[in-house]
Design a binder for this molecule. Structure first.
Ligand SMILES: [Zn+2]
Ligand SMILES: [Zn+2]
Length: 434
């Protein structure tokens, strides 16, 4: 049997709206730290549309896609038994292992990666960009794979709050389409939720101690004549943008608040009725343990502003999650957030400047937290939530599913078009279905 030297890949051509499925050479090991992964499933993502529409500042033909799951078929010479001081995968990853990759490469061993800020590794690169061929292909080359990949065949290679048994059961029981959410949408949603909950501006409400004593638990608040009312302790949060990442952020936030028994009011916002309906279906599908006892409303932006004013007596949200990546969403976030509030933005933003003046920002004492999710660092937390919330992350094509359909490469061009027009939600490609 002859070994094939070519493969099928979904390629973007400049200047815009030009997706072709082409036969190109199978990637080869170029560096000792590389792995070649045979792709089982690859997803289409909202951020792929920036390049698709020609807004990405890109003019080079390249293979698309930054979300993929597959099997290791080839490893560079760095993978051997004695690799002391390097990420564990250099000594444990084997040909045949099932892996999922975060959407960016990260070395896992520099100062930036050691601190957990893997999205900004100096050696990082985004899959499906001119810098690095993407995963919407039958094979993909993963640079720095020992720091980048998440080995689903070896549960001893990452930390978890799950028991050994639960972890093993999850790895054999979870569908690949579900595990693929680890590549981007789930860690990014968890990241957005945790950025808000861990934000200093939220701590008075979480601790029940006023600013700045909320950071100094060793100092008594005795002598404070005025104590918090139960109303003061209610966390009010808005989520703007209910695409797959926004929904993952909502699910993650609900889970964290339910687990920590924090009183809350959440309003989830989108312009599109179909997205609001999806969010409602997901909320209905979550069992009681995952949504706590707070209020949860799904509305358009204008209705949400009225509701938040009503909830808070005109004060505004403690935190706003912006999951759109458009200046108009940042304006909505500013209008919804309270003085001394926080805006957490995980939407991918382009060239337009921020829609605020320095005075507006000063006058609100508002904090901003922007940027790309360090997906590799988020994997352990995202994996645990994925296992726990199979009621929403397990299905395909149902009312409460985040994934709408799984299609072959033959349908790639049409699905890019439909996804761009908002006619379909999250799409997964199955590269070996002909
Ligand atoms: Zn993505
Ligand atoms: Zn690094």
């Amino acid at each position: 049997m002859s070994v094939p030297s070519n493969m099928q890949a979904v390629r973007w051509h400049p200047p815009s709206y030009d997706i072709r499925v082409e036969s190109i050479p199978i990637p080869e090991i170029q560096h000792p730290d590389d792995a070649i992964v045979k792709v089982k499933l690859a997803a289409l993502c909202g951020s792929d549309l920036h390049v698709y529409r020609g807004h990405g500042g890109v003019d080079k033909v390249h293979t698309c896609g930054h979300e993929f799951i597959g099997e290791v078929v080839s490893l560079g010479s760095s993978y051997r038994t004695n690799t002391q001081g390097r990420p564990k995968l250099y000594s444990t990853l084997k040909v045949g292992d099932k892996v999922v990759s975060p959407f960016t490469v990260n070395c896992g061993e520099c100062h930036v990666c050691r601190l957990g800020y893997t999205a900004r590794c100096p050696e990082g690169a985004l899959f499906g960009s001119p810098a690095l061929e993407g995963g919407q292909a039958q094979y993909v080359r993963v640079p720095k794979a020992g720091g980048t990949l998440f080995n689903l065949s070896n549960p001893n290679t990452w930390s978890t709050a799950l028991s050994e048994q639960e972890k093993e059961k999850a790895l054999t029981g979870l569908a690949d389409s579900s595990l693929l959410m680890l590549a981007d949408i789930l860690p990014t949603g968890v990241f957005a939720a945790l950025q808000a909950l861990n934000h200093p501006k939220v701590q008075p409400i979480l601790t029940g101690r006023p600013w700045p004593l909320c950071f100094s638990p060793e100092i008594s608040t005795e002598g404070n004549e005025i104590s918090f009312t139960p109303e003061d302790r209610i966390l009010t949060i808005a989520i703007i943008g209910l695409g797959p990442v926004g929904i993952c952020a909502a699910v993650s936030l609900l889970d964290a608040l339910a687990t920590r028994k924090i009183p809350f009011r959440i309003v989830a916002i989108d312009l599109l009725e179909a997205r609001r309906e999806k969010m409602k279906a997901v909320y209905d599908a979550i069992d009681a343990s995952g949504k706590g006892s707070g209020e949860f409303e799904v509305l358009s932006a204008d209705d949400a502003k009225v509701l938040v004013d009503d909830w808070t007596g005109g004060v505004g949200c403690t935190a706003v999650l912006e999951v759109v990546g458009h200046p108009s969403a940042l304006t909505s976030a500013y209008n919804l957030v309270r003085d001394f509030g926080a805006i957490v933005s995980v939407g991918v933003h382009g060239e337009p400047p921020l829609p605020y003046t320095g005075r507006q920002v000063y006058n609100k004492n508002v904090s901003f937290d922007f940027g790309r999710c360090p997906a590799r660092a988020m994997f352990p937390l995202a994996f645990d939530l994925l296992v726990k919330r199979q009621d929403v992350f397990g299905g395909v094509g149902q009312a409460a599913s985040l994934i709408d359909r799984i299609v072959s490469f033959k349908e790639a061009t049409e699905n890019y078009r439909a996804f761009d027009k908002g006619e379909v939600g999250k799409v997964i490609f199955s590269p070996w279905d002909c």
